[in-house]
Ligand binder design. Structure first.
Ligand SMILES: [Fe+2]
Length: 479
């Protein structure tokens, strides 16, 4: 939910007739399913992190357009059956969203994929003044007395271990083929502090049906575990306006449905896509929007923010990878703008998506020390490209040999596999695991940092799984 920087999305006349929308999804035509429809009941409930998640969190939800003002309630969770006595009530901010058209560059752009859909209202609250490392119960309201269930989420601890999940592109067949992956991640780490989605959460940025799939697949997970979303190229919708300098704009749903930290020093179109979250004393996240054409501005912002941060572990996430692993792909301009900043500040981890393959490799470790299941040697930055959805690409023919001048060495790769990653940071140690949808450990390492910031891989990959390639895995067809 954007509070003040941008004009609100176009408010619409209330067209509350029964929905007749008809969707085309590849080969399948279907009518709007009940789990897409906005009603008086709150749905699409998602917890997100403010810049200081030790003392607060944000919640965003959706209703139909009849709910033009509403509230949320919060109470510290207790073991008493009526933990809810004494809950405090907070007024929500409400934003009306016309799903069928929006204004850009002074023109009205129709969203044909949402034709016939009624407008929806998105509501958000930011709970503040909370205690760190504490479980809170909250609920959100729709029309009349229509409340969500009480959901529990935990504020960040000021210090101590941090554990989070990271997934690459969900993007395609999100309900049918991605849901099992994100639910397997939840089963593996039900107490994860948050889930980082590294862009391309959906395929067609402003298409409400695909966001309905995403929220159906995640179910109650993001009512409990905060989401840390990164905007990918598929979160930017093509405008198709003749002669316009700007080709794409951010999904009309992004800002209404995610309440994210604002960055006053950045331009309006970077709000809620470029931001940082200092999750705890030791762990600082920096999120970039690499489809936005202002990469230089973001590189300068990243340089300033990294310089100013005294966190022990600094993690950057963005959608387009610095080192491409999808066959035929490269991102030279972004690499030229961002890699020097990452090198300068010795960023610890760079978590990316976009290439629909798995790749992990590092700068700073000499090639003879980094074979599969090897360890030792100093490292600078570890780069990961991962994919969580079913769309899969072939790997670069030469691995990462093309990036030898940048000093990066590929350590593990895969094709034809959906992954989630579980990363735990505890003091001087970072433990990384990449797992498949069945929970199998495919890749892992342990990185240690000494007092002077020198990093070592103390435990190399231990998985004995064969490298997964199209050549030695099951038949593939794009879903
Ligand atoms: Fe992408």
């Amino acid at each position: 939910m954007l509070r003040c920087f941008l004009p609100t999305a176009v408010a619409a006349a209330l067209l509350m007739s029964p929905v007749q929308a008809f969707h085309t999804d590849g080969d399948h035509d279907h009518q709007q399913p009940p789990w897409q429809e906005a009603t008086g009941w709150p749905d699409r409930i998602v917890v997100t992190l403010p810049e200081e998640p030790q003392t607060g969190f944000a919640v965003t939800w959706r209703t139909d357009a009849t709910v033009d003002a509403t509230v949320a309630q919060i109470v510290e969770a207790r073991d008493d059956a009526r933990f809810d006595f004494g809950a405090e009530q907070v007024d929500a901010i409400t934003e009306a969203l016309d799903l069928t058209a929006f204004e850009a560059l002074g023109q009205t752009v129709e969203v044909e994929l949402n034709a016939g859909l009624p407008p929806a209202n998105f509501h958000s609250v930011e709970f503040t003044g909370l205690k760190p490392d504490t479980i809170y119960a909250y609920r959100v309201k729709g029309a009349g007395d229509q409340w969500s269930e009480w959901l529990q989420t935990k504020t960040a601890a000021a210090e101590g271990p941090v554990s989070f999940l990271y997934v690459g592109d969900a993007q395609n067949a999100v309900r049918s083929h991605w849901s099992r992956l994100i639910r397997a991640a939840f089963q593996e780490a039900p107490k994860a502090d948050f889930i980082l989605h590294a862009g391309d959460l959906v395929n067609r940025a402003s298409r409400d049906y695909e966001w309905a799939e995403w929220f159906d697949a995640t179910g109650f997970i993001h009512g409990m575990i905060p989401a840390l979303p990164v905007a990918g190229n598929h979160e930017y919708q093509r405008l198709g306006l003749p002669g316009a300098e700007q080709d794409r704009v951010l999904s009309i749903l992004w800002r209404p449905q995610f309440t994210l930290p604002l960055e006053p020093t950045l331009d309006d179109d970077l709000q809620e896509v470029t931001y940082d979250v200092r999750y705890a004393k030791d762990v600082h996240f920096f999120i970039l929007s690499t489809q936005n054409n202002k990469v230089e501005q973001q590189a300068e912002w990243l340089d300033r923010e990294l310089e100013a941060s005294d966190a022990k572990w600094k993690i950057v996430s963005m959608h387009h990878p610095i080192f491409s692993s999808g066959r035929g792909r490269d991102s030279a301009d972004r690499r030229a703008a961002l890699l020097p900043v990452m090198n300068k500040h010795k960023v610890d981890l760079v978590l990316q998506g976009h290439d629909h393959t798995y790749a992990r490799g590092t700068i700073g470790q000499t090639p003879e020390r980094v074979g599969f299941a090897d360890k030792g040697g100093d490292v600078s930055t570890m780069f990961v490209n991962s994919v969580s959805g079913p769309k899969q690409y072939e790997f670069q023919e030469d691995g990462w040999d093309r990036y030898v001048d940048e000093g990066v060495v590929l350590q593990r790769k895969a094709e034809n596999t959906q992954f989630f990653q579980l990363i735990t940071i505890d003091g001087d140690e970072l433990v990384y695991e990449a797992r498949t949808a069945t929970g199998a450990l495919y890749d892992d390492f342990v990185m240690k940092k000494n007092r002077r910031g020198k990093k070592t891989i103390t435990k190399g990959a231990t998985s004995t799984m064969d490298e997964r390639l199209f050549a030695n895995t099951g038949e593939y067809d794009r879903p």
